[in-house]
Write a protein that binds this ligand. Structure first.
Ligand SMILES: Cc1cc2nc3c(=O)[nH]c(=O)nc-3n(C[C@H](O)[C@H](O)[C@H](O)COP(=O)(O)OP(=O)(O)OC[C@H]3O[C@@H](n4cnc5c(N)ncnc54)[C@H](O)[C@@H]3O)c2cc1C
Length: 400
């Protein structure tokens, strides 16, 4: 199924293409191409955010009153699709897609006026402090304490798997302010400064050999109560709202670009019989099945997006899209490894490190096939594991 574009959307697509051709510097496009995580490093995504912000295009999903461009759903889709094709460095979702909408929904006027422009400009770079050792899927069991002391809370405990905490100057986090009642009660949502004394960030190196996640330790960290989002002990409401944006936000444009990379590799690679992999009927069938399934996700996404156009939150559809997209990504990565063949090896991972003198071999896209595969194993875990998303769907949609 192909959705035909109306004339105004065709013109918009031309405008986006012209903007990307003029404003995306080659070194940022190269960095975007080499990004194997769900978003790039700040030295690449922040300069790109600045360029977008100057144009007023930094936050396609934000309402106009807070600095969004006022696009309809098709324009947002076209924009993300063209960015993915051009290889723009993926922006961090932590501010723009996650805490930003929560500040709009639950923040005071003062918090909105302070934080939202700083997200758009990149002045604040956010990380997410939800998970703790022993509290991931069962998030409501979190233990990190915040004890009230005058105008401040004093925090003790630790957060884990905190993506890019080593780059962030701000964290949004969940803390326990009370142990009375159900575990969901007594949780408070806080916005805090990562430079506050008593915070220590320790790296965790992933199996792809990258430093992306961390454990963050809090030792008598004093956080002003003015950084609280929503009411004390009612942070669970904000947390759930945010998770819907985390899981349901974005689009599959990046996944389409990933499938296109596989297509290019499969045509370039010569198999043992000298023929490209793309000529193998079994591979062609797997590739076509994947493409059809991806189109079904894209159409579902657009259906969900138009239902949300009125500004409603995504609800259970976010669990469905999160599960479908991450499993699709992993399916494409597996095809990618097949297409990259011997080139998707550890030597290639070394070659993509800045300053490495290992020469890349094989088609350019094979360079990132293995790191992508390894990184995306985490996609069905982060943002809430897919098993847990299936539980959510069973409960909310099937009434089980
Ligand atoms: C790369 C990466 C980046 C991350 N970034 C962040 C971040 O920036 N901030 C943050 O706060 N967190 C982050 N996380 C943490 C992530 O949200 C958790 O890993 C996730 O929620 C799973 O929790 P857990 O690791 O404690 O696993 P567990 O909850 O211990 O789960 C272990 C296994 O049991 C299964 N399981 C658990 N409960 C159920 C159930 N009820 N029914 C069926 N199966 C179940 C799970 O699906 C999983 O397979 C990140 C994780 C990864 C891998």
């Amino acid at each position: 199924m192909k959705l035909a574009l109306e004339k105004k959307h065709e013109l918009f697509r031309e405008e986006v293409r012209a903007f990307l051709a003029e404003k995306l510097p080659p070194e940022l496009a190269e960095a975007g191409r080499l990004t194997t995580s769900s978003f790039s490093e700040p030295q690449h995504n922040l300069p790109w955010l600045k360029i977008l912000n100057e144009k007023g295009w930094a936050a396609p999903h934000w309402p106009k009153e807070y600095g969004g461009p006022g696009w309809d759903e098709m324009q947002k889709y076209i924009f993300s699709s063209e960015c993915a094709k051009a290889g723009t460095p993926p922006l961090s979702p932590m501010g723009l897609q996650m805490v930003g909408p929560c500040i709009m929904g639950y923040g005071t006027e003062e918090q909105k006026a302070y934080y939202l422009p700083r997200i758009l400009s990149g002045e604040d770079y956010w990380c997410q402090g939800y998970s703790e050792p022993g509290s991931g899927s069962d998030l409501a069991s979190l233990q990190m304490r915040a004890v009230s002391d005058g105008d401040d809370y004093i925090l003790n405990g630790s957060k884990i798997w905190t993506t890019q905490a080593h780059h962030a100057n701000k964290m949004f986090c969940l803390v326990r302010t009370s142990t009375d009642g159900k575990p969901q009660q007594g949780i408070t949502f806080l916005l805090l400064d990562m430079n506050t004394p008593g915070i220590r960030v320790e790296p965790i190196i992933t199996m792809a050999g990258e430093h992306e996640v961390n454990q963050v330790f809090f030792d008598d960290v004093r956080v002003p109560k003015s950084g609280r989002l929503g009411e004390e002990d009612d942070g669970w409401t904000v947390a759930k709202y945010l998770l819907e944006f985390e899981r349901g936000g974005g689009s599959s444009a990046g996944i389409e670009a990933a499938l296109e990379r596989v297509r290019i590799m499969a045509h370039a690679e010569a198999g043992s019989d000298g023929k490209p992999l793309a000529s193998d009927p079994a591979f062609k069938r797997r590739f076509s099945d994947t493409k059809i399934a991806l189109e079904a996700i894209t159409v579902t996404e657009q259906r969900v997006a138009s239902a949300l156009a009125g500004g409603k939150n995504p609800g259970a559809a976010s669990s469905m899209l999160k599960t479908a997209r991450t499993e699709m990504m992993q399916r494409i990565d597996t095809l990618g490894i097949e297409a990259a063949g011997l080139y998707g090896n550890v030597e290639q991972m070394a070659a993509r490190q800045p300053g490495s003198n290992v020469e890349p071999v094989g088609p350019a896209h094979s360079l990132t096939a293995m790191p992508r595969y390894l990184n995306n194993r985490a996609a069905s875990i982060y943002g809430g594991s897919n098993e847990v998303q299936r539980n959510v769907m069973a409960k909310l949609l099937l009434g089980l």
